[in-house]
Design a protein around this ligand. Structure first.
Ligand code: 5GP
Ligand code: ZN
Length: 136
C-alpha cells in the first residue's frame, strides 16, 4: 500500500525527485535532506509501513541486508571511521516522518555529532522485573 499523502511514499516512488543512490522493486535509498554527517542516507521501503510494528519480516530482512551493503560502500568510498544504523519508531523515539525508514549515518572521528544516549544507572530490582516482563 502506498499513502498518497506521505512524503516518503512520494520520494520512494520517484514522484518527487531525490538524491537517489539505489533503487529496486521494494526500496529506494536517498540522501537525507538534513544530514547529520556527510553521506547520511535513508533506506525507504516503497510500500507505506508507519513503523517497526507494521513492517513485515521479509521486507525487514531485505532492508537490513541493504543497510549492510550501504555501510560497506560508505566505509570504502567515503573513508568513514564508523557507521550508525538508526531507526526511530514513534514521536517519543524521535520519529518525525511516519513512514518506516532506516538511517545509515557515516561517522567520522571529528564529525562533532552527538548521536549516542546518556548512559543511566541500573537498579538490580528493576532489571529483575524487566527480565520477567520482557523474556520471550
Ligand atoms: P526521523 O526523525 O523520522 O527518524 O527521520 C526523518 C528524516 O527524514 C530526517 O533526518 C529528515 O532530515 C529527513 N527528511 C525529512 N523530509 C525529507 C525530504 O523531503 N527529503 C529528504 N531527502 N529527507 C527528508
Ligand atoms: Zn509512506
Amino acid at each position: 500500500m502506498v499513502d498518497k499523502d506521505c512524503i516518503f511514499c512520494k520520494l520512494a516512488g520517484g514522484e518527487i525527485p531525490a538524491s537517489s543512490l539505489y533503487e529496486d522493486e521494494k526500496f529506494r535509498i536517498i540522501l537525507d535532506a538534513n544530514p547529520a554527517t556527510k553521506g547520511h542516507a535513508l533506506i525507504l521501503p516503497k510500500q507505506h509501513y508507519k513503523n517497526i510494528f507494521e513492517i513485515d519480516e521479509e521486507t525487514l530482512r531485505d532492508l537490513i541486508v541493504l543497510g549492510k551493503k550501504l555501510a560497506g560502500i560508505m566505509k570504502e568510498r567515503l573513508g568513514c571511521d564508523g557507521v550508525n544504523l538508526i531507526q526511530n519508531n514513534g514521536e517519543a523515539a524521535g520519529q518525525t516522518v511516519p513512514h518506516f525508514h532506516l538511517h545509515v549515518i557515516p561517522r567520522y572521528a571529528d564529525d562533532g555529532q552527538d548521536i549516542l544516549w546518556k548512559p543511566g544507572i541500573s537498579d538490580p530490582a528493576v532489571q529483575e522485573e524487566l527480565v520477567k516482563k520482557l523474556s520471550f
